[in-house]
Design a binder for this molecule. Structure first.
Ligand SMILES: *[C@@H]1O[C@H](CO)[C@@H](O)[C@H](O)[C@H]1NC(C)=O
Ligand SMILES: *[C@@H]1O[C@H](CO)[C@@H](O)[C@H](O)[C@H]1NC(C)=O
Ligand SMILES: *[C@@H]1O[C@H](CO)[C@@H](O)[C@H](O)[C@H]1NC(C)=O
Ligand SMILES: *[C@@H]1O[C@H](CO)[C@@H](O)[C@H](O)[C@H]1NC(C)=O
Length: 413
């Protein structure tokens, strides 16, 4: 299956319904503006299943005016959904997209994608974090990649001054931690596997310009390792020169994605709350990862929140935290920041784009991220920029959006 390379446009509809905003010749044919009629929905409306019903799958009454269903249809069929005019002027140009599925890979979580410019590939951890892979950015050929020693449940990765750092959860027999990888020689060397004897793991990470790595340690590693958390879920900073491990914020429940603003002044971290225990709530939804053989609980009233930390210009460490945004469904996962400072976050059904002030600019829409319609596969796990292209790694496959108006953070190249 991996050698099979499938390229086709997922969402090619450029049809415009009566509810569409007026388009001009310069606008993107795959983009639709969120219609203002949807600001007041006819009663009774409901989004009964919080995970599998995205915002354009809200249930409306049978006698709702047809314009509502037409508007939802159009949103479902569009590669790009604009909530703010800046989405069209700053992110999605006339030649952007549509969303293309470049590989079908239905084997669970796909994490830590990194663009390795010199190799012309994106390197990631697939097969539910059990098999490193590369995809050629030109030919879309997928290959397995094996490290000198196993790095079980590798979930985090970042590039710092040309050097690849990995973070993993470990498994039943070995602890997780932080690694250095020489890609060419495949030499993987562990540089940290404990916090004074206590277990540690990394779910996502990003390096700063001061020689340190921010990473999240989260209870989602418990199900994958059979190993209990011995410290609170937290955002950590590892200063590489001294190997000082600093607990930066323990006021997080299920921390996940981490990204730095290009100017290094803000750090973005998201939190999914408690996904390990059934909230026993009518709004709770259950997401079962097939390979993982475990269950992720999503509580619609729980956290799926992006926070921004203001970093001290003196220490580079957080001095305050504010809320940026709450995702519309499912949970928030990998994040990347564009060179222009916009936050891109992988979510259930696509990628959301926010201004750091919290304004939702738009959605890169991947409603059919599962080729076989499996609900759990619609989650986009992580994303990476390759020049002006954004690569999206979902449970069900790899997707690409070409020719965005923005590039990624040059720090990660
Ligand atoms: C959306 O796609 C569906 C299925 O391909 C199609 O039946 C419908 O006409 C499309 N709607 C719009 C508004 O393009
Ligand atoms: C790649 O890795 C997967 C998962 O470990 C394995 O099932 C598959 O056979 C491998 N493919 C090749 C070509 O080695
Ligand atoms: C692997 O990398 C580590 C860290 O850079 C280095 O100390 C070690 O000598 C390397 N091993 C080999 C076999 O090259
Ligand atoms: C999955 O979990 C079930 C129930 O806990 C267990 O019976 C089964 O053996 C597990 N399967 C694998 C492959 O671990």
């Amino acid at each position: 299956m991996l050698s099979t390379c499938l390229i086709f446009s997922v969402l090619a509809s450029g049809a415009s319904a009566a509810t569409a905003s007026t388009s001009n010749s310069k606008s993107n044919p795959h983009l639709v503006t969120y219609p203002s009629i949807l600001n007041v929905l006819p009663e009774p409306f409901e989004r009964p299943t919080f995970i599998t019903n995205l915002f354009y799958q809200t249930t409306l009454p049978d006698n709702a005016p047809p314009a509502f269903a037409a508007a939802y249809d159009q949103l479902l069929n569009s590669s790009f959904i604009s909530f703010d005019p800046r989405f069209e002027t700053e992110v999605i140009g006339p030649a952007t997209g549509p969303v293309e599925r470049v590989a079908i890979i239905e084997d669970g979580s796909q994490e830590m994608p990194m663009f390795l410019k010199n190799e012309g590939v994106i390197f990631w951890s697939g097969d539910d974090l059990h098999q490193f892979r590369t995809i050629d950015v030109k030919t879309f050929e997928v290959k397995n990649y094996t490290t000198s020693v196993p790095v079980p449940n590798a979930a985090a990765g970042t590039i710092h001054k040309g050097q690849i750092y990995l973070g993993n959860f470990g498994d039943e027999s070995v602890h997780g931690g932080i690694w250095l990888l020489d890609f060419k020689s495949r030499n993987a060397t562990m540089i940290l596997n404990n916090q004074l004897g206590l277990s540690i793991g990394a779910d996502d990470m990003t390096a700063d310009d001061r020689g340190g790595i921010f990473f999240t340690d989260t209870p989602s590693r418990v199900a994958r390792t059979g190993r209990k958390m011995q410290s609170p879920p937290a955002l950590y900073y590892l200063r590489l020169s001294t190997m000082s491990l600093i607990a930066v914020d323990t006021n997080l429940v299920g921390p996940n994605g981490v990204a730095l603003s290009p100017d290094g002044k803000e750090l973005y971290v998201n939190d999914n709350g408690d996904t390990s225990n059934d909230p026993n709530d009518v709004n709770a939804q259950v997401l079962t990862a097939p390979k993982l053989n475990s269950t992720v609980f999503i509580n619609s009233a729980g956290a799926r929140t992006i926070y921004a930390y203001t970093l001290s210009s003196k220490t580079g460490l957080p001095v305050s935290r504010r809320t940026v945004a709450v995702a519309e469904a499912g949970f928030v996962d990998g994040m990347k920041v564009s060179s222009t400072g916009l936050i891109f976050v992988a979510v259930y059904g696509g990628v959301d784009v926010y201004d750091p002030d919290g304004t939702r600019l738009g959605r890169i829409n991947i409603p059919d991220a599962s080729p076989n319609g499996k609900a759990e596969e619609k989650h986009v796990v992580n994303i990476v920029f390759e020049g002006n292209n954004l690569w999206c790694f979902a449970y069900g496959g790899v997707y690409r959006v070409a020719n965005l108006l923005v590039k990624g953070d040059p720090r990660l190249a």
